[in-house]
Ligand binder design. Structure first.
Ligand SMILES: [Zn+2]
Length: 350
């Protein structure tokens, strides 16, 4: 018989998860929320763990003076300084998690570990920062105007991007153990949000450092990165099942409050995507034939907005997410796909 699973207990947290400070979430682990310069997400949680070799951070935030000041302040609350950061384990190479790790390496010699699957994106961004793949992907999805707008937005954000970039000191592999604070945690490759995303399972603390793989309040974007993989949604659903099969743990997300119940949230996310898959297939049966055409018939965000009400980057994300759904439906043999004049068209098979 299986041992009974006792639910992990929720540590005390402030009402507003973005409130600055350092909040204990497990023995020798603190959550330090850092404000973000972008408008969409309000903050990113950095987790600081105290171990024999110094402070280990899980994620490091976006490299900017405000985020760095918040990290310094949070570490100060636990009697530590930036110089005490020995290592940073980063869940994925998005700017709001990775770039401040690159900055800390230059500042205090911290080493960086990142999931091996992120090497495609890390190298592509270093090689051709001005050449994101999303405009081309949007053209193939039948959205040429959005593709042009997205190219302009990408150019503007690159012009404003002062964050440092570089390869990590080491790559992490699935199921390897790394020391985070006083305990060994298990690296779980959880591709989907990005190709090389990793979550860290801390069985000793009954916790999962989830990065952006499982978030308590929002649905993570899928495959929005420099070098996306061909089937990001399939990977994401597989990665959800991987963490959903673990004994119930504390969810330590990169955005949002700490909650109990990775499994419950995984079930919700799986159900959400199955419902979106069914809706997308229905729109193809009703005559929509491109990623753009299907996305335009769907509603977006919790406010049920239309695609043309979304800001450019969110609209682009929406269309590309639908492409990921349609491609999975092709894999499941619900739809067929064929490329005509550089645009992928879908048709119902059953
Ligand atoms: Zn993030």
């Amino acid at each position: 018989m299986n041992a009974p699973r006792s639910a992990p207990t929720l540590p005390d947290q402030p009402d507003d998860w973005t409130a600055p400070g350092a909040y204990p979430v497990a023995a020798a682990v603190w959550r330090i929320p850092l404000p973000l310069p972008s408008t969409g997400l309000r903050a990113v949680n950095v987790y600081a763990a105290e171990g024999p070799d110094g402070i280990v951070l899980v994620d490091a935030g976006w490299s900017d003076p405000v985020g760095l000041a918040a990290l310094r302040h949070g570490l100060g609350e636990i009697g530590r300084a930036l110089d005490d950061v020995a290592r940073v384990v980063v869940t994925h190479a998005h700017h709001d998690h990775y770039t401040q790790a690159v900055d800390l390496r230059a500042r205090c010699g911290a080493t960086i570990a990142l999931g091996r699957g992120e090497r495609h994106t890390v190298e592509a961004f270093a090689r051709t920062p001005g050449d994101p793949p999303q405009p081309g992907m949007l053209r193939r999805a039948g959205a040429p105007r959005l593709a042009d707008e997205m190219a302009r937005v990408a150019e503007q954000s690159l012009a404003l991007d002062t964050a440092p970039w570089g390869a990590p000191d080491r790559w992490l592999d699935h199921r390897e153990e790394v020391a985070v604070g006083p305990r060994a945690v298990e690296v779980l490759a959880t591709p989907g949000h990005t190709r090389g995303h990793v979550a860290l399972r801390d069985p000793g603390a009954g916790a999962l450092f989830a990065g952006d793989h499982v978030l308590p309040h929002i649905t993570p974007s899928i495959g929005y990165e420099r070098a996306p993989e061909p089937a990001p949604l399939r990977s994401f659903l597989d990665s959800l099942r991987l963490v959903g099969d673990l004994p119930e743990t504390l969810l330590l997300p990169a955005h949002g409050p700490v909650t109990v119940g990775v499994r419950t949230r995984v079930d919700e996310l799986l159900a959400h995507h199955e419902q979106r898959l069914a809706e997308a297939a229905g729109h193809v049966r009703d005559g929509a034939s491109t990623g753009y055409g299907v996305a335009a018939r769907m509603r977006w965000t919790r406010r049920e907005k239309r695609l043309d009400e979304l800001e450019t980057e969110h609209a682009a994300l929406a269309v590309l997410e639908i492409v990921a759904h349609l491609d999975l439906l092709v894999e499941r043999e619900v739809l067929a796909a064929a490329e005509e004049d550089g645009v992928v068209r879908y048709a119902a098979r059953r």
